[in-house]
Design a protein around this ligand. Structure first.
Ligand code: PLP
Length: 392
């Protein structure tokens, strides 16, 4: 018996535990002093009333013999898939129902999708980025190359013929930088992937924050993407489902490698290893797409967007280099006076009682940068921004 020793190659994830420890220590030595947190990547507003109503109704159905549901379709109920299909149509992107596979969230799909790929694939991951991409590939023993996001490319690394990747991760709007690829920039990645016979895993978890009409919400808005990309998305940030758990992955029928259909393999993988997202949760997700649901969801998103504007405007006024914040809930700023990420973290916490996330925790190119989130409440955001600008 041998355990998977690739797990030993994982770096301990110190980022959020270290942030939490430092905040605890600060609070212990400053009893009664309020701490202003702009560090979390989790939503803070409650679920929309339509979502709650839909869940109550579904719970009642589960309590009656006539309407009780047992195992559902592994790939998702059609009532939800049809709503997702219509949601993409507005872009406009046409999808077949069986290209939409419902899940319990983007993180599961990001990890599980590796099941349908050869362990020999070489993987290209942007740096800085959402840490799960790196960790799931390390667990599977895959070789990882990184492409650097930096101030020169606006934290949007572009393809380069020196990369020899089989699988490419793209997250747009990006966590942690908030950078959003334009259609032309995504087209360059799509052309590169088609030329290299590579797969793009496009993470659209923050697509609902895109407001600029010229920017893409989905990689399938780009010509040629159906032969090289799959897209993973989630209700977590769109509709506050971080604790409710629902997501979906789009795998086009044209996505084939050596004549093998990725859609067929993903269907088979999910049908074998997953018994579907709970009925109650799929009804909750369905409610997001009703007219009233969209109105309520947009009101919540607008609340976060206003937070983002407050943060971004204050930083710009101070002449601080930053990206994100307009089409994303994250603002990524350069630490002042050449400070390192953790140095700036300590200064902000100790001098102003404000907490953010050190960029160095998202990859080596994040060193010297800092992430602020728009997911806090308004009062905290305003006070934290006032305090941050005092030391910039
Ligand atoms: N992808 C990105 C880029 C994220 O930032 C997150 C969560 O923060 C996820 C995926 C996970 O989403 P879910 O809650 O659907 O698992």
């Amino acid at each position: 018996m041998e355990l998977n020793n690739h797990f030993l190659d994982l770096k301990d994830s110190y980022l959020f535990s270290t942030v939490a420890r430092k905040v605890r220590e600060y609070q212990a030595s400053h009893p009664g002093v309020k701490v202003y947190k702009l560090s979390i990547g989790d939503v803070t507003l409650p679920l929309a009333p339509v979502v709650i109503e839909a869940m109550h109704k579904a719970v009642d159905e589960m309590g009656k013999k006539e309407t009780f549901r047992g195992y559902g379709p592994e790939l998702g109920y059609d009532f939800l898939r049809e709503k997702i299909q219509a949601y993409y149509k507005r872009l406009p992107v046409d999808l077949d129902l069986d290209e939409i596979i419902v899940s319990d969230g983007a993180k599961s799909d990001l990890g599980n999708i590796l099941d349908i790929m050869s362990p020999n694939n070489k993987v290209l991951i942007p740096d800085p980025v959402y840490p799960a991409y790196v960790d799931v590939n390390i667990m599977a023993g895959r070789k990882i190359d990184t492409c650097a996001g930096n101030a020169e490319n606006g934290f949007k690394p572009m393809p380069n013929d020196s990369y020899k990747a089989d699988v490419i991760y793209i997250c747009s709007p990006n966590n942690p930088t908030g950078a959003v690829y334009t259609k032309d920039e995504l087209k360059a990645w799509v052309d590169y992937a088609n030329k290299q016979n590579a797969l793009i895993i496009f993470d659209a978890a923050y697509e609902a924050f895109v407001q600029d009409k010229s920017l893409p919400h989905s990689i399938f808005e780009i010509e040629g993407a159906r032969t090289c990309a799959l897209e993973i998305c989630s209700f977590s940030k769109t509709a506050g489902f971080t604790g409710t758990r629902c997501g979906y992955t789009i795998v086009p029928k044209e996505l084939k490698f050596n004549g093998i259909s990725a859609n067929a393999l993903w269907n088979r993988r999910q049908s074998t290893k997953f018994n579907g997202t709970p009925y109650i949760i799929q009804r909750a997700a369905e409610a997001v797409f009703t007219d009233e649901g969209q109105k309520q969801i947009q009101a919540n998103l607008e609340y976060y967007r206003e937070n983002a504007r407050i943060i971004k405007n204050a930083l710009v006024e101070k002449g601080i280099y930053c990206v994100g914040g307009e089409n994303s809930p994250y603002i990524w700023l350069k630490c002042p006076n050449g400070m390192k990420s953790w140095e700036f973290f300590d200064k902000l916490l100790n001098e102003k009682g404000v907490v953010g996330t050190p960029g160095a925790g998202f990859g080596e190119n994040g060193e010297g940068f800092f992430r602020l989130t728009a997911f806090g409440d308004r009062e905290t955001t305003i006070e934290a921004v006032k305090r941050i600008t005092e030391i910039l």
